[in-house]
Design a protein around this ligand. Sequence first.
Ligand SMILES: Nc1nc2c(c(=O)[nH]1)N[C@H]1C(S)=C(S)[C@@H](COP(=O)(O)OP(=O)(O)OC[C@H]3O[C@@H](n4cnc5c(N)ncnc54)[C@H](O)[C@@H]3O)O[C@H]1N2
Ligand code: MOO
Length: 406
Amino acid sequence: MISVEDHRATVTELLGTRPTTELALADCAGLVLAADVQADVALPPFDNSAMDGYAIRSVDVVEADEQRPVELPVAEDIPAGRTDIPALLPGTAHRIMTGAPIPPGADSVVPVERTSGGTDRVSIFAAAAPGAHLRRTGEDVSVGTLALPAGSVLGPARLGLAAAIGLDRLPVHAPPRVLVVSTGTELVLPPEPLRHGQIYESNSIMLHAALRELGCQVRTVRSVADDVPTFLGAVEPLLAEADLVVTSGGVSAGAYEVVKDALAEVGVTFARVGMQPGGPQGCGRWNGVPVVTLPGNPVSVLVSFEAFLRPALRTALGHTEVDRTRVRARLTEGLRSPDGKRQFRRGHYTPPDYGGGAAQVTGVVGPRGGPGSHLLAAFAQANCLIVLPEPVTEAAEGSEVDVLLL
Ligand SMILES: Nc1nc2c(c(=O)[nH]1)N[C@H]1C(S)=C(S)[C@@H](COP(=O)(O)OP(=O)(O)OC[C@H]3O[C@@H](n4cnc5c(N)ncnc54)[C@H](O)[C@@H]3O)O[C@H]1N2
Ligand code: MOO
C-alpha cells in the first residue's frame, strides 16, 4: 500500500508543468499569467471628469453660493467619447459628462446637482475646490509600470485591468485537454429508462465540472462497456488530441476490470493507496499521454480528484496555492476510521461565530452521510472534507479535526 503523499507526488510529476500559450482574455478566466505584463497605456489615459456637470475655473466660482449663484455662459458640450476638446476660456463653462476629457484651462468640475443645469447659460450654486471631481492621468496605472506580475491568477478584476490597458491576449499556462472516460457495462444515459441492474452514469459529469473549474478543456466518453477491445477502440483514437486521460471504474479486484486489464499491458501501474475512500488507484503513460485511473464509486472519484488530480493540475497550471484551505474544527459527533488509512469524510463546516458574548474561535463540523463511497447525495450536502489521519481510529465528539473547505 502506498501513501497518499507518495501517490500525489507521482501524479504531480506525471502531469508536469503546462507550456505557455497566448489566449484571448475571455478564455483566460481562472488561469495563471505566465509572464509579467507592463502597462503601455496609462489609466486613466487622460484627465477626465468624475461627474456629470460643468468644467470651470475654480477662481471663477469662489464667491458662488445658494443666495448668490455665479452665472457663466456655456461655451461647449463635452460628452464622453468626444476627442476634440476646445480650451476653456476664463469666465465660461463647458458642460461635461462623466469620463469626458477635461478641457485645457479648467481645473474643477461642478456636479450638475449644484447648478441650474442650463445649456446656454448656467448658474453655479457652490464654490468648487481646485481639482474637485477630476480623475488624473495615470493615477491608477502609469505607463511602464508592472500591471500584473507573472503568477497572477486571472480573476475578473485582473482580466478587466488587462483589457483596460489595451490588451486582447495574455500569456498563460495552457489549460490541458482532458479526456474523461467512464467505464461500466451497467452505465446508461437518459432518456434511456433504467433496467434492473443498470444505473445512470454520473462520474463523468462530476469530473467534467471539477476539471472545468480548474480551466481544463474537457471531452468525455460517458459509458464504455467493461470489455477491453471496446475500451481500446473507444479511447485509443482520441489519445492524440488529449494531454491527460482520466478514467473512472474498472481498477479494483473483480473479474471485469477493464481499465486495469487494458492499461497494465501498456505500462500503467496500479496500486492501493492508504486512504478511504479512493483506495484503488493507477497512473502512468499511454502512447506517451499521462493517464490517471480513478476508482468507480462516485464518492471515491471526487475524493480522489481532490487528493491527487486537483493539486497536480493546479501545479501544472502554475498556481502556487495548490491546496484547499485547511481549518481546524470541533466535531459535532464522534467518527471512526480504519487503522492505517487516511479517511476523508464528507462534512458540513460552520465557521466560528465572533459575534455576541461568548465568542468562539473554532468552527464546528459534522459528517454528512457515513463512510460509504456510494453516498453521493450526502456529498451533495457537504461543503468540506473531514480528514482523519492514518493512525486515528476514533475521533470523539468535541475533538478538533482538520477540515478541507471545498
Ligand atoms: N474484492 C474487492 N472488491 C472491491 C475492492 C477490493 O479491494 N476488493 N475495492 C472496493 C473499492 S474501495 C472500490 S472504490 C471499488 C472500485 O472499483 P472499480 O474502480 O473497479 O469500480 P467499478 O467496480 O467499475 O465501480 C464501482 C461502483 O461505482 C459505480 N460506478 C462506476 N462508474 C460509475 C459512473 N461513471 N457513474 C456512476 N456510478 C459508477 C459502479 O456501478 C459500482 O457500483 O471496488 C470495491 N470493490
Ligand atoms: O476506496 Mo473505495 O474508493 O472506498 O470505495
